[in-house]
Design a binder for this molecule. Sequence first.
Ligand SMILES: CC(=O)N[C@H]1[C@@H](OP(=O)(O)OP(=O)(O)OC[C@H]2O[C@@H](n3ccc(=O)[nH]c3=O)[C@H](O)[C@@H]2O)O[C@H](CO)[C@@H](O)[C@@H]1O
Ligand SMILES: C=C(OP(=O)(O)O)C(=O)O
Length: 444
Amino acid sequence: MEKIIVHGGKRLSGSVKIEGAKNAVLPVIAAAMLASKGTSRIYNVPELADVYTINEVLRHLNTSVNYSNKTIMVNAVAELFTEAPFEFVKKMRASFLVMGPLLARVGHAKIALPGGCAIGSRPIDQHLKGFEAMGAEVKIGNGSIEARVNGRLKGAPIYLDFPSVGATENIIMAATLAEGETVIENAACEPEIVNLAQYCNAMGAKVTGAGTSRVTIEGVDALHGAEHTILPDRIEAGTYMIAAAITGGNVFIEDADIEDLRPLIAKLRDMGVTVEEELDGIRVIGSDHLQAIDIKTMPHPGFPTDLQAQMMAILLKANGTSVITETVFENRFMHVEEFRRMNAAIKIDGRSAIISGPCDLQGADVTATDLRAGAALVIAGLVAKGHTRISNLHHIDRGYVDLAGKLHALGADIERVRVNPAEQEETANATETVRAIGINPKFA
Ligand SMILES: CC(=O)N[C@H]1[C@@H](OP(=O)(O)OP(=O)(O)OC[C@H]2O[C@@H](n3ccc(=O)[nH]c3=O)[C@H](O)[C@@H]2O)O[C@H](CO)[C@@H](O)[C@@H]1O
Ligand SMILES: C=C(OP(=O)(O)O)C(=O)O
């Protein structure tokens, strides 16, 4: 087992380069299966556990995938297989994004039910409603979802009850090869959807309106491989912006896209942080006197839920009472209990977390409960007294390339270490005790 160990107290300085976006690359790789001719070349691909997982899913479906030097080459001209088993879907819910491309290309897909995860139940009814509207018959049973269509999918008007990112992406992909026009109303507007639509169009698709709540897809007969570059990861960029700000540091976030980060920039400025917009990135200069603020997560262009935990970390050091309301996921406050081990004063009231700052954060043994929670604990560790040891790093590796290494390069006292089995057992016992009696491990 590995852990990240942070010793708080260093101000971050220097420059950090942002990788391609996890949430853009996963649908793009899935979409590469839509091409019945030629090879796609996808650039700026981050080396993340999730990328390796989706590559494995595609290979399992009889697609050739080669990945080196941040470039993926995908060739899907062979006859596709149509079943994605639980071993993939359990690792990463985004595996479900192969359903749209498979239905469009071969009219059949059988995928293990994604189930719940650490941030809530995450149903897929809106994806299925879209496929059914396009003529697919959907059956759920024995732990799988099977969708089938006789002949081609048919374009249809589809209204989403909630602007789901994954449903919008899955339906766009399915509709590219459908007969006629599909119009998605109340579509998600995230920048990753625009990136996906650009790739589909480079393959010969006719997608318009991506990035607005009304996306129109005129189906075509076939798609071909194409070149495409993944946009910079706004959530990774935001994570380093918050890390810089909490330490009172001065960091240039290279390749961060200013437009995609407007909600975070506004909130950091409200807190008293200086955010300078430069030509090829964003400079963040922290303040030693952070103001409490309120935040409500919303679909884009609202404040992103994927930065909620990291924002909570910085609000622990702000002066006054802050309220964070999570409206996107039903259960995305698992990090609160971990922050409490670090002496954080947070109360939960329904979908809101009330933070009484500034907290005198103290290092502790904590667990990453999901990938953003993991990043948030690292951020809190940057300003906590003493050592914070973060375990369950597989979550962090899903979404961050070398988080500890990049923070170390910015001057943080941080390392990633392998823990020997005896210490692992000791930590596990301590963690159990702490869970049982609900106190900070420092004082257990
Ligand atoms: C790989 C990827 O891109 N993941 C992102 C994507 O996840 P994902 O695509 O899973 O998120 P969605 O936008 O679909 O989900 C948002 C909300 O809608 C609900 N819902 C969704 C689909 C559905 O059919 N029915 C339904 O009720 C979900 O349970 C959740 O409460 O967008 C989320 C919201 O910005 C981000 O946090 C994730 O990082
Ligand atoms: C929730 C996230 O991802 P996923 O949808 O892949 O679980 C995330 O990136 O914060």
